[in-house]
Design a protein around this ligand. Sequence first.
Ligand SMILES: *Cc1c(COP(=O)(O)O)cnc(C)c1O
Length: 382
Amino acid sequence: MDNTPKTLLAPGPVSIPKDVLDVMAKPMIHHRVPEFEDTLKFVREQLKTVFETQQPVHMLSSSGSGAMEAAMVNVLNLGDKVVVINSGKFGERWAKMAKVFGLELIEYKVPWGESANLTQLTQILAEHPDCKAVFCQACETSTATQHPIFEISKIVQQQKDCLFVVDGITAIGAMKLPMDEWKIDVLVSGAQKAFMLPAGLAFIALSEKAQKRMANSNIPKYYFDLKHEYKAYEKGQTFFSSPVTHIRALELVMHKIAGANLDKVIHRNQALMKFTHKVCLEMELEIYSKKPAPSVTAINVPPEINGEKLRTLIEDQYNVTFMGGQDELKGKIIRIGHLGYITNEDIKVGLLSLGTALSEMGYNKTPNQWKTVIKKYEDLLQ
Ligand SMILES: *Cc1c(COP(=O)(O)O)cnc(C)c1O
């Protein structure tokens, strides 16, 4: 097996700090022993500071989509009308789920690369006063675009009895998303993004209004029935076996990103975004999104270059992982993830390998020009 560490610059999974990996290698303990219950208690308190909520933040043993599913099945009834803001692959996932769970789906399709238009959304909601929830991504990872969550929330609040459900999976820990202050009713995230852990742990918090809905929700569910989790939470436990390894590692991550460190982490993401934009723009690459997110940057691949080949070349030759585009964007964009644990060296190595590979494929900027520009802007990373 090749153990050379990769420079992982995907918008999740992200690389894991060495000290966190070490915690994950510790001998197993049972999840119903005091030592673990202390960890769980600490992590839960810290998670509230990351979600910026007074409500419990539950941990589920699943990837992020499990929390998305839990969000949907716990606060709605069969046949309820919902509006899904679909601006890419993850918005599409909300829409697919809504169909599977027997909801009446109203889809607001936003052109890829754009964020939701507030006037259009207002119109749609006016046409559907009986809509029970609005679903959105804070950052649509497939197009590297952020949505105006605070503004959308204000529009949703005008509706009678309508919840605002936000997928914050590539947003929490990368941009401001204060759940209580912005009146988000359900907020979800996942471990392999800003939380610097492997996939397999998801987070979900419900506002008081959403918790009331949960009591009567009749959509069939078993594993993701949050009523059990609320009861177990009261007892300082999780309902099913706790993912002890993940949660112990999360304890250490909380020291890095929670509480007073949250602002620093968000600031760091802004800096990484700015640096990436400056370097790429100066090297005459275009940024794909009209409203770029701080967690991931999508670059248009120059038309003369095959984007799939470019990505493979960077992976094979330079040991750097970026993501390409999906569906209509396949081969057309390169997505550079810069959330979670990204060192200055990582992003510099990543951009230089992008530049070198582009140059090899005939792009008119030399690796030396890339080096110069990377150096020119490196102060942005301080
Ligand atoms: C990564 C991601 C998810 C969750 O994907 P999983 O593979 O289920 O963890 C959901 N939404 C967004 C916006 C994401 O970036």
